[in-house]
Design a protein around this ligand. Structure first.
Ligand SMILES: *Cc1c(COP(=O)(O)O)cnc(C)c1O
Length: 366
């Protein structure tokens, strides 16, 4: 009897990536603080370049040459060591497929970015999840789980959804503890939000070692999530294999042109970082003032805060209450965080309204 095509067993184990929502269950549009997008939008120079991009009938430059040269100039990296992706997500996914397969292990920390599990499973590798340290990443815990099957270690720094940050010394210690045949992927999607004085040294690790891939994105601080552009850098042998696995025309004309102009507007990046830091600090302080209600903010270096509800007001009730007040944030029961809401840092007035709403709901719940 004819049988329908069967996905591979390891593919069946994949749960689709769950994106942040932008409307409520009744379809009403909400203020979206669920996907860590830039509330300031996009640099005006980038928008102008987007309007001038090449006609859509033409294929884009398959190698994103001008963009890689500009990235190389800005970050002092040989452009031959840079690969662009359809978002950094494409590079994260192909990096697992390139270096791991059935029988191999891919290691990451609990409460890490949900794409890592998908990337591990789609190439048939076994995900290994290291326990967190109060929502942070602990180097010794990770190293203890490295086995002779480990092929790839994924670290997001700052981490999503916790916002926690590993300092430079810890990252260097993690790298030093890994066997040379294990690829360390340092996902820096939020690094531009970190004070430059606290740089984690990722690019230096990628420049100096043959087993480090750094990925960055235009989706967050650059305000280009809809254009789908990211990039990675590492040893030539790593970049070469990623170039063979990525889509051949993976970054569109408009994405290349817009990202190039966005990169040239570092004033917009600095302004976004400062705005985020000020609003985040104020918001986190207001949340931490609710400690008597069992509510706290995990310390964050990113453009979002993970708020924990460990008292009478539950994460689910807070999520629904914020939705009634017009805000969609990220409730994370599927990631083992039914008591957590990841809230993107928006404009100051919005964050004040959210903090006040959480306080009111907590008062009413006790
Ligand atoms: C948002 C995000 C990315 C970026 O994804 P893109 O594909 O570049 O849009 C990568 N890693 C983490 C941890 C993120 O939160």
């Amino acid at each position: 009897m004819a049988q329908a095509p069967e996905p591979k067993d390891w593919i069946k184990g994949i749960h689709a990536y769950v994106p942040g929502k932008s409307s409520g269950s009744d379809g009403r549009p909400l203020i979206k603080l669920s996907a860590n997008e830039n509330p300031l939008g996009t640099s005006a120079a980038a928008l102008a370049a987007r309007a001038q991009a090449a006609v859509p009938s033409l294929y884009p430059d398959p190698d994103s040459t001008a963009l890689r040269e500009a990235l190389g100039a800005l970050h002092a990296i040989d452009p031959a060591r840079i690969v662009c992706g359809t978002g950094s997500g494409e590079l994260l996914t192909v990096s697992a497929s390139a270096f791991a397969g059935p029988g191999d292990e891919v290691l990451y920390v609990r409460y890490g970015f949900s794409l890592y599990e998908i990337a591990a499973r789609r190439c048939g590798a076994t995900p290994v999840v290291a326990p967190d340290d109060d929502y942070g990443t602990d180097v010794d815990t990770l190293l203890a789980l490295v086995s002779d099957k480990t092929r790839v270690v994924f670290i997001a720094n700052p981490n999503n959804p916790t916002g926690s940050y590993m300092p430079r010394e810890e990252l260097a210690r993690l790298h030093a503890g890994l066997p040379a045949n294990v690829l360390l992927v340092l996902d820096q999607a939020y690094c531009e939000y970190v004070d430059p004085a606290d740089d984690d040294g990722s690019l230096e690790l990628a420049a100096a070692h043959d087993n480090v891939l750094v990925t960055r994105t235009f989706s967050k601080v650059y305000g280009l999530a809809g254009e789908r552009v990211g990039w990675g850098t590492g040893a030539p042998a790593i970049v070469e294999v990623l170039n063979r696995l990525r889509g051949p025309f993976n970054v569109s004309n408009s994405a290349q042109a817009t990202a190039l102009a966005a990169l040239g507007d570092q004033a917009f990046v600095a302004h976004s970082r400062e705005h985020n830091r000020a609003v985040r600090e104020h918001f986190a302080a207001r949340i931490d003032a609710l400690g008597n209600h069992g509510i706290r903010a995990v310390p964050s270096e990113a453009n979002f805060v993970l708020v924990l509800f460990e008292g009478a007001l539950t994460g689910e009730a807070a999520y629904n209450g914020l939705m009634e007040r017009g805000y969609i944030v990220r409730w994370l029961p599927g990631q083992g965080l039914p008591h957590g809401l990841r809230i993107t840092i928006g404009m100051a007035g919005q964050m004040d309204e959210i903090a006040a709403a959480i306080r009111d709901m907590a008062e009413a719940a006790k």
